[in-house]
Design a protein around this ligand. Structure first.
Ligand code: PHE
Length: 502
């Protein structure tokens, strides 16, 4: 850009503070020589404002910055103590002068381990070394002088009088913990040609940077200019608070079921085996009830067993079945049904909800946490969310179930589903839902038509289709993760930048 163009173009882009600094520089006696930043003082501008304006001017090419780094020394706490109480080597030497000699253990018990070691190391350098554990006085010429010079050095550091003796500086830098170093950068500023032109040609006017009540009340805005925003200036990236990817997905899933017309149900983490298992016709010796698979509570009964009348119903069904169905034929134990556990699936909410809401049709869902005594690996978690749901009505059938599954996943962007025959003690038929994506398959959960042994004893006369799908498995394919554990690893980069599928 030609100079004249710059001087025409730039004035709007510099702030009043920057302009005042340019004017200050132009007015200073020798424009050709860099002047130290700390000699620039401008009324109503703080040192910080001046310093930041200087950085901006340099970035805009209106001044040149020269940087000079200086090292400062200060006494540490220990250094100050040396100065006040005497150097350790000096103190021990004084002791020798008084006593003629001292044992190392005696010196340690008088001065403490640390100071004694420092003193003896320093005395050894002056050729005063212990013989057989005893340090003896030796006349060393000029030793008092050495101590005095060392102390004078420390004093001058303390008083901030600079470093009089580079040799002693080396000496004390090698002794740990006496001096602390601080680096400070000094900047000097020199106007460039562009800076000079702008300073000379631009009029300093008070611009309004912020519209305050004051500005409005006094009406000064009528005759003032407003500071322009530079919308091209770079800004720091700010990450606003955002939903956790799992929360985001839960909301999305809820939205889908609510849109289709489902009612949301809820439940509790702690359940009785009776509702979690017996209600679903899971026999009491079923392996899923094992301690290996389920977290049981140690505590005795402390919450109400909801609808205790069902216990008798479960007994009858498990032992003798229901009309046309034979039952499991074993002796049912109410004690087992009263064991409390962390729910292993949310199908417990479904069956209790339907028991409480018998009028058909019903369409319910939940997205809630379940717990399994499971070893964690790339596709298993011990604590996970299930997308649970059921449809109860005259027309509930395997095909309505398939339609619901297809519709649900399609709304999330997954259109390639596979249904695989499966087994659950409470559904017949049962089918697992598999999603195919990028040539891979991911099993997402189970579903099926509730068996008559589940529905009829509880008074439900029409068929029920139900499903329980893994939310975190879904999150894996939704966010393209190769390991389910990543979801809960709180990788800040992922949390900030995760990409939403649709
Ligand atoms: N409850 C089953 C599970 O936890 C899933 C399921 C729900 C299966 C409803 C059939 C019907 O895996």
């Amino acid at each position: 850009m030609h100079k004249d163009e710059i001087s025409k173009a730039k004035p709007q882009e510099i702030s009043p503070g920057e302009l005042r600094i340019l004017k200050f520089l132009v007015a200073s006696s020798d424009v050709e020589r860099p002047i130290p930043e700390n000699s620039i003082s401008i009324e109503n501008m703080s040192i910080r404002e001046i310093s930041s304006s200087i950085s901006w001017l340099a970035a805009k090419g209106l001044i040149l910055l020269e940087k000079d780094e200086k090292i400062f020394y200060e006494l540490t706490e220990e250094g100050k103590r040396f100065l006040d109480e005497g150097l350790p080597e000096e103190q021990v030497y004084d002791l020798l002068e008084k006593e003629g000699q001292a044992t190392i253990s005696g010196i340690i018990s008088t001065f403490g381990e640390k100071y004694a070691r420092i003193a003896m190391a320093q005395l050894a350098k002056l050729n005063i070394k212990p013989v057989k554990g005893v340090l003896s006085l030796q006349g060393i010429a000029g030793i008092e002088d050495i101590f005095a010079r060392r102390k004078r050095f420390l004093k001058s550091v303390e008083e901030g009088n600079g470093i009089p003796d580079p040799q002693l500086l080396e000496h004390f830098r090698k002794r740990e913990d006496v001096l602390s170093e601080r680096k400070k950068t000094f900047r000097s500023v020199l106007l460039t040609e562009d800076g000079k032109l702008i300073a000379e040609r631009t009029e300093l006017r008070d611009t309004i940077a912020e519209i305050t009540p004051e500005v409005l009340r006094t009406g000064i805005w009528k005759n003032s200019e407003f500071r322009k925003y530079d919308i091209t200036s770079p800004v720091e990236k700010i990450y606003a608070a955002s939903l956790h990817p799992i929360t985001f997905l839960i909301e999305k899933v809820r939205r889908i079921f609510l849109d289709i017309g489902f009612t949301e149900m809820d439940g509790h983490y702690i359940e009785y085996s009776g509702w979690n298992m017996d209600a679903l016709y899971i026999p009491q010796d079923h392996p899923a009830r094992d301690m290996q698979d389920t977290f049981y509570l140690n505590s005795k009964e402390s919450i109400d067993f909801e609808h205790p009348e069902v216990l008798d119903i479960f007994r009858k069904t498990h032992e003798k079945g229901t009309k046309g169905y034979a039952g499991w034929g074993y002796k049912w134990d109410s004690g087992k049904a009263k064991q409390m556990l962390l729910r292993t699936h949310t199908t417990v909410s479904t069956i209790r909800y339907l028991y409480e809401h018998q009028e058909s049709p019903q369409a319910v869902f939940s997205v809630e946490k379940v717990f399994r005594h499971e070893s964690v690996d790339w596709k298993h978690l011990a604590e996970l969310h299930q997308i649970e749901g059921a449809y109860y009505g005259k027309d509930a059938s395997l095909s309505s179930l398939k339609w619901l599954m297809k519709e649900f996943y399609a709304r999330l962007g997954f259109t390639d589903l596979k249904f695989v025959p499966s087994y659950y003690p409470y559904t017949e038929p049962s089918m697992d839902v598999v999603v195919r994506i990028n040539g891979k398959e991911m099993e997402l959960g189970g579903s099926g038509v509730f068996r008559p042994e589940v529905t009829r004893p509880l008074g439900l006369k029409e068929p029920v289709v139900a499903w329980g799908l893994g939310l975190e498995r879904l999150a894996m394919i939704y966010y393209g993760l190769d390991d389910i554990r990543k979801i809960y690893q709180s990788d800040i980069d992922w949390l900030r930048n995760f990409v939403i599928k649709s």
